[in-house]
Write a protein that binds this ligand. Structure first.
Ligand code: GFB
Length: 312
């Protein structure tokens, strides 16, 4: 990619897309974006017309219907339908209109629920998926398979990466539909402001999760777009994970909250662990910049600035 390459960022308002846009704005001057209202990526005709008119050279496919464990349980049909349509329409249009390179962003939930840890890319489809996010995972696996099949049949250059759990500015902080780190920031900060005695943690607090600050993901995505050409999926993680209850205590320390934690065991734990093996991207000489504590401090600062007391 050079400075004037025409680059389309699909999903630029979301956690990942907005981070990729920030990163690209540092180096490139011809970046294309469309809001959901301007272009519904589930509509094949609209996507074809957009690609025909704009002829992007590079595509970052960060658009997706995303959400935490409860959102996946509440809306399984939306998670599989929306993501299948988005992935299929954008990948096919990218082929039809000659996109030079496309980066497809998957998710660590594509791997089998009980596979060996840390998870290597080769473990894909070697066992049953985690039930709580199977529809979403199947749509992401379909997206990976689409990219690989188009590369084989049509000679396209559509690369695929699998980030671990992500967090950072522009995340979804809605208590019901968000992922755990954003949800805990919202709940713990609200309890701090309102001087509540305790904060509820869903499940047992015993699962482990690996968290990558979203600006590191954006840096990795641009790195792969510029330096990686291949049909293998590439994991993007930090290499360390943390127990959910210990994550809650870390956020509690950063926010300055002094209350306690209680557990709502009616909520599911999901995968017991999903620590990625990121050796492939490490061997390509990429590694993350932010520690978990640094990333949480930056996210809490962003959250405090963005959300007044009235909205907590
Ligand atoms: O982040 P999360 O919603 O999704 O939940 P997954 C991670 C763990 O945190 C689960 C626990 O064990 C939750 O029970 N948890 C504790 C909470 N308190 C909370 C809370 O207040 N809110 C939330 N949301 N969780 C997602 C997939 O799985 O991983 C997505 O559902 C995607 O589709 C994403 O793949 C990367 O990490 O379990």
């Amino acid at each position: 990619m050079d400075k004037n390459s025409k680059i389309y960022v699909a999903g630029h308002h979301g956690l990942v897309g907005s981070a990729i846009l920030r990163k690209l704005n540092e180096k490139f001057s011809n970046i294309l974006v469309r809001t959901h209202n301007e272009l519904d990526l589930r509509n094949q005709k609209a996507v074809e017309q957009f690609f025909q008119k704009e002829q992007p050279e590079y595509v970052f496919l960060a658009a997706a219907k995303v959400g935490g464990i409860k959102a996946n349980l509440d809306y399984p049909a939306s998670f599989i339908y929306d993501n299948l349509m988005i992935n299929t329409n954008v990948i096919h249009a990218a082929y039809t209109y000659g996109v030079k390179k496309l980066l497809f962003l998957g998710s660590s939930c594509i791997y089998p629920r009980d596979c060996q840890q840390p998870i290597k890319e080769e473990y894909l489809l070697t066992g049953p998926l985690e039930k709580t996010n199977e529809p979403y995972a199947v749509a992401k696996i379909a997206g990976i398979t689409l990219c690989h099949a188009y590369n084989c049949q049509y000679g396209t250059n559509f690369i695929t990466c699998m980030p671990t759990n992500l967090y950072g500015p522009n995340d979804n902080f809605d208590e019901q539909s968000s992922h755990v780190l954003a949800a805990l920031i919202k709940k713990i900060y609200a309890a701090y402001l309102l001087k509540n005695d305790s904060v509820v943690i869903w499940g047992t607090g015993n699962p482990y999760r690996e968290f990558l600050y979203v600006d590191d993901l954006a840096d990795a995505g641009l790195f792969l777009m510029e330096h990686y050409n291949g049909n293998g999926i590439v994991n993007i993680g930090t290499g360390t994970d943390i127990k959910i209850i210990d994550l809650a205590h870390l956020i509690k320390k950063i926010v300055g909250y002094n209350g306690e934690f209680t557990f709502d065991r009616t909520k599911p734990d999901g995968m017991p662990r999903k620590l990625l093996n990121s050796e492939i991207i490490r061997k390509l000489r990429w590694k993350p910049t932010y520690s978990l504590e640094e990333g949480i401090r930056k996210t809490v600062a962003w959250y405090k600035e963005r959300y007044s007391k009235a909205e907590v």
